[in-house]
Design a protein. Structure first.
Length: 208
C-alpha cells in the first residue's frame, strides 16, 4: 500500500511517500509560508505519487476530534495566515482519499511507538523544541487528547531571577514556548540557536 505523510511544521512542510512497513520511498520539503503558496505544490506532489491514504501531523492548535464541527482545522495559531484553515478538507477534496489528522507531536510519538524508541511501551511522552514547543503523550497505549489536544508549550514559566526577557509568544508572552522555542532564543540573543551552540550561558538559561 502506498501511503502519504505530511509533517506540517511552522518552518517547513515535510512530505513523504512510504508503505505500511515504514519504508520511505520518496521525500519532498517546502518552506511554510502562506496556505496559498504552500499547499498547491504539496497537493501536486501527492497526486503524482498516487497515494492511497494520507496522514497529516500538524502544528497547532488544531481540532483533532472527528465529531467536532471544526474537525480538521488549524485553529487560533500564532502563524496568522494559517488560522481557521480547513487543512484536512482541502487535501480530502483535492486527492479524493482518506486523510488522518493529529498534532505534529502525536504523529512523532506514534512513529516512535511503532518503529522507534517507544516501541513496545504503553506509556511515553514526546517533546519537541523548535519553531514551537509541544508534547505528545501516550497513556495505556492510546494517544492522549482530552477536551482539546494538549498545549504543553503554553504552560506559564517561573522567570529566572534577573531575566528581563518578556517572551515572544503572541498569546502568553512568558510561557514555555515564548521563553524557550527557537524564535525565543533568536529574539533573546540576536542569533539562531545553531550559531550559539558553543555558548554555555545560552544553554544554561535554556535548560533552566
Amino acid at each position: 500500500m502506498k501511503l502519504g505523510a505530511l509533517e506540517a511544521g511552522g518552518t517547513k512542510m515535510v512530505c513523504a511517500v512510504g508503505n505500511e512497513d515504514g519504508r520511505i520511498l520518496d521525500r519532498f520539503v517546502i518552506p511554510t509560508t502562506t496556505p496559498e503558496e504552500t499547499v498547491p505544490p504539496m497537493i501536486d506532489y501527492f497526486k503524482k505519487a498516487e497515494i492511497e491514504a494520507l496522514g497529516i501531523a500538524c502544528f497547532g492548535p488544531i481540532d483533532p476530534d472527528p465529531h467536532s464541527a471544526s474537525y480538521g482545522y488549524i485553529l487560533k495559531t500564532p502563524k496568522l495566515s494559517w488560522q481557521n484553515n480547513p487543512i484536512v478538507r482541502t487535501f480530502e477534496e483535492a486527492l479524493g482519499i482518506p486523510v488522518g489528522f493529529d498534532t505534529d507531536v502525536n504523529g512523532s510519538l506514534l512513529g516512535e511507538a511503532h518503529f522507534g524508541a517507544a516501541r513496545g511501551l504503553r506509556n511515553a511522552v514526546y517533546y519537541t523544541i523548535g519553531t514551537g514547543i509541544g508534547a505528545g503523550i501516550m497513556a495505556n497505549g492510546k494517544l492522549l487528547h482530552g477536551m482539546q489536544h494538549l498545549e504543553a508549550g503554553h504552560i506559564l514559566m517561573r522567570p529566572v531571577p534577573g531575566d528581563s526577557f518578556r517572551g515572544c509568544c503572541p498569546f502568553h508572552g512568558s510561557c514555555l514556548e515564548g521563553m524557550a522555542s527557537g524564535p525565543a532564543i533568536e529574539a533573546r540573543w540576536g542569533r539562531k540557536g545553531t550559531e550559539l551552540r558553543d555558548d554555555s550561558a545560552v544553554w544554561e538559561l535554556e535548560s533552566d
